[in-house]
Design a binder for this molecule. Structure first.
Ligand SMILES: [Zn+2]
Length: 370
């Protein structure tokens, strides 16, 4: 080895060393978190992944656009009226008026479940919805909690009769949104419930308060059926509505995320449960959001329908309040309070990068075509 060689290797090492120092420093710079400002609320493109618009009037969409939200409206096999067919009509009319800002999920009915034609009819209905532009399919808690087969057994979501339906949805590249089960509070006595909105709702609707109805499937049975279904369909993209009915524990949710790589969740109408958990361990909840930042999607369960506030101004005010309150919780560390949760709680102040995913990028990734 001559001296010249040693000198040049020395130089090269120096160059490499400087490069490493530079990379390390800029890496550190990137790691320094940036946060959203209040102005970002309007400036940032956002998506509300869980809404229900079942009217002709344009007010909900106008309010969404004014707040820089795009909307996913979700058909749900929940009511006699509007039926899923009527809900689809509303969705298609609204999309005609707001083609750049609105998409929809279709739903199928369990009517005629015991007939041999049920599967064929359901597949035909879905095929037609996909032709109309539906980007996915909603299944609701009527599966597991309302509808029974001819033998009087509750129809659970892991019933093999659903398998060809989910296979078809997957094959068509669509996403399933599943509201299966209810908040765990639904199975607890009123005074053990964790949030006030659940206490109020189940006091007013004892017919839905499962603690009073031990003859219905248990909370655990609902979650188990959903997990079984996901085990059978590992390639199906699945969004668990309402934090996947695991709203009470970020640990339980983390387990499912680790177990099912194609599962995501929306936060619709369950942010109060996150606020509640953050009172006990703020750091743990915040760490959860950062670790699983690709698996959580912002949604509210707001919407416009016959029977909503007749005055569009009141309806608009209500949804705007929800959007801005949630934004405060997610983007600031303000001390906050709400009627739903006893005591004060602190905002999560998530990094801007995470907010962009939860409010937009994840929706685009999990719902192609949105
Ligand atoms: Zn909903």
């Amino acid at each position: 080895m001559n001296l010249q060689f040693l000198k040049s290797t020395g130089k090269i090492s120096l160059v490499i060393f400087s490069f490493l120092i530079f990379t390390f420093c800029s890496q550190k710079k990137i790691e320094k978190e940036t946060y959203c400002t209040t102005e970002d609320f309007v400036n940032m493109e956002k998506i509300d992944i869980h809404c229900h618009i079942s009217v002709d009037r344009p007010d909900f969409m106008n309010e969404a656009i004014a707040n820089n939200f795009r909307i996913l409206t979700i058909n749900t096999d929940a009511f006699e009226h509007p039926t899923i067919e009527e809900q689809q009509e509303f969705a298609l009319k609204q999309i005609k008026e707001f083609p750049d800002d609105l998409s929809y999920l279709t739903a199928f009915s369990l009517k005629g479940w015991d007939s041999p034609e049920w599967q064929e009819k359901t597949l035909a209905y879905l095929e037609n919805s996909f032709k109309n532009g539906a980007i996915g399919v909603k299944v609701w808690k009527n599966v597991g909690m309302v509808d029974k087969d001819e033998n009087g057994n509750f129809i659970m979501i892991d019933n093999p009769k659903f398998d060809p339906i989910f296979d078809y949805i997957g094959k068509m590249g669509k996403t399933v949104c599943g509201h299966l089960g209810e908040p765990k509070n639904c199975w607890l006595p009123g005074d053990s419930m964790t949030v006030n909105n659940d206490k109020k709702y189940f006091a007013e609707h004892p017919e839905y308060h499962m603690y009073l109805h031990p003859e219905y499937p248990s909370y655990e049975a609902q979650i188990e059926a959903r997990d079984n279904m996901l085990k059978k369909h590992p390639n199906l993209r699945f969004m668990g509505a309402h934090l996947g009915s695991l709203e009470w524990s970020v640990d339980e949710l983390a387990k499912r995320f680790d177990m099912f790589p194609n599962m995501t969740v929306d936060m619709a109408a369950r942010i109060c449960h996150i606020e509640k958990q953050s009172q006990n361990d703020w750091q743990k909840v915040r760490d959860f959001f950062i670790k699983y930042q690709d698996r959580i999607i912002y949604g509210t369960d707001e919407g416009d329908y016959d029977g909503a506030d007749a005055d569009p101004a009141v309806m608009s005010e209500k949804v705007r309040t929800v959007w801005t309150r949630d934004w405060e919780f997610m983007t600031t560390d303000n001390e906050m309070s709400s009627w739903e949760v006893d005591g004060k709680f602190k905002g999560l102040k998530l990094p801007k990068e995470v907010i962009e995913k939860i409010y937009y990028k994840n929706a685009v990734k999990w719902f192609p075509g949105i």
